[in-house]
Design a protein around this ligand. Structure first.
Ligand SMILES: O=c1ccn([C@@H]2O[C@H](COP(=O)(O)OP(=O)(O)O[C@H]3O[C@H](CO)[C@H](O)[C@H](O)[C@H]3O)[C@@H](O)[C@H]2O)c(=O)[nH]1
Length: 348
């Protein structure tokens, strides 16, 4: 980045936005960090917490093009994090997911192009791979819109890319804080299906993924970070062990539109992916829109028969899951509150 950079974070009042905003404000080469979001109370909280005259807030909604356009003026870089993320609510209100995640993302990309932004990184999820729920479907379409941008706007100066996350550990409303609350309340842990698997990522991992995409993206790229997975049964047991609790596990059955495992990359994507050590880069399919060609010639790249799936990648044992949980500041704080001195603790 060069001097005078302005960075916009859509949906920037969440945990991702706060972490990225803090690290950007710590850099002198960033002129301004803008947050575009809907909730004025969360903006006010963030204004007080970060207390910087280089932080500016725009009230608006990615669904409303004019509010996006206003926030986009003179911006150099965009992190597009605004989204509806809850799977169950998307099942009841799928068009709400479409409006925010799909049409809203289209607004962000078009406004960025019109404003001459250099780079847009769109945040997606593993639930967009072979999606079974409305949240994942709306995000899959966002990825398609981001990937198609370069095909249709070859003279644009705006690079549009995506990153895909697994489960961000301890994110708001997710299972780890729920398990800890249940333990603190003296309840048993509610496990949907102990064999279910999820990719586990820390907030820091997700921020480094976005940073990697930002520095390496070519038009239409999608990046994933390699990750280990764990079964939810192991996750629950690891929480019980760390808190030295005698709570039991109650099996409650899966919720609306859940998968037993998630894929961070499909077999079709893996066949054209580049291995970048900790990351995979999945370039856009840049073939032209001329169907006749494909009656005569197809895609001869190597083919994969397995997805990058949380059921088949390396799965963490209970002890490894404990180690990973101990790296989370929130878990350490909760352990300290419970008088369990996390600093000297070693996972069992
Ligand atoms: O009481 C519960 C609640 C959840 N689970 C299980 O715990 C795992 C994780 O559940 P979360 O609700 O924490 O996460 P999800 O996988 O449902 O989805 C989360 O991860 C996604 C990325 O894959 C998105 O970020 C999404 O917003 C976020 O909610 C799932 O297997 C779920 O079945 C339980 O066992 N018991």
């Amino acid at each position: 980045m060069s001097n005078g950079n302005i960075v916009l974070i859509t949906g920037g009042t969440g945990s991702f936005g706060n972490t990225v905003a803090k690290s950007l404000l710590a850099r002198e080469d960033i002129q301004e960090v803008r947050i575009l979001s809907r909730d004025e109370a969360k903006q006010d909280q963030m204004r007080h917490d970060l207390n910087s005259d280089r932080l500016r807030f725009y009230l608006g909604d990615v669904r409303d093009y004019l509010s996006v356009e206003r926030a986009m003026r003179s911006v150099d870089y965009v992190f597009h994090a605004a989204a509806l993320k809850q799977v169950p609510s998307g099942e009841f209100f799928p068009m709400e997911a479409v409006r925010t995640n799909t049409l809203g993302s289209d607004n962000v990309i078009r406004a960025a192009d019109n404003a001459g932004v250099s780079s847009v990184v769109c945040l997606s999820t593993d639930k967009a791979v072979y999606p079974v729920n409305a949240m994942g479907m709306s995000k899959a379409l966002m990825e398609k819109i981001a990937g198609a941008f370069g095909l249709n706007n070859q003279s644009s100066d705006t690079i549009v890319s995506c990153v895909r996350y697994g489960n961000v550990m301890y994110s708001r409303g997710s299972v780890i804080p729920l398990f800890i609350q249940q333990l603190k309340a003296g309840k048993n842990l509610t496990v949907t299906n102990p064999e279910m698997t999820r990719f586990m990522m820390s907030l820091q991992d997700s921020v480094s993924l976005v940073r990697y995409a930002f520095h390496n993206a070519q038009q239409g790229d999608l990046f994933i970070r390699k990750a280990k997975s764990c079964t939810i049964g192991n996750l629950a047991q690891a929480v019980i062990n760390l808190f030295e609790s005698d709570a039991k596990i109650d099996i409650i059955g899966s919720r609306h539109a859940e998968k037993v495992s998630e894929a961070l990359a499909s077999r079709e994507e893996l066949s054209r992916a580049e291995d970048h050590k900790e990351y995979f880069r999945i370039p856009a399919d840049s073939r032209e829109l001329n169907y006749e060609l494909y009656y005569e010639q197809g895609d001869r790249t190597r083919h994969f028969f397995q997805d990058y799936d949380s059921h088949t990648v390396e799965r963490m044992s209970v002890a490894e899951t404990e180690e990973l949980l101990l790296t989370l500041p929130e878990v350490r704080f909760e352990l300290q509150q419970a008088g369990l001195a996390p600093l000297e603790r070693k996972a069992s």
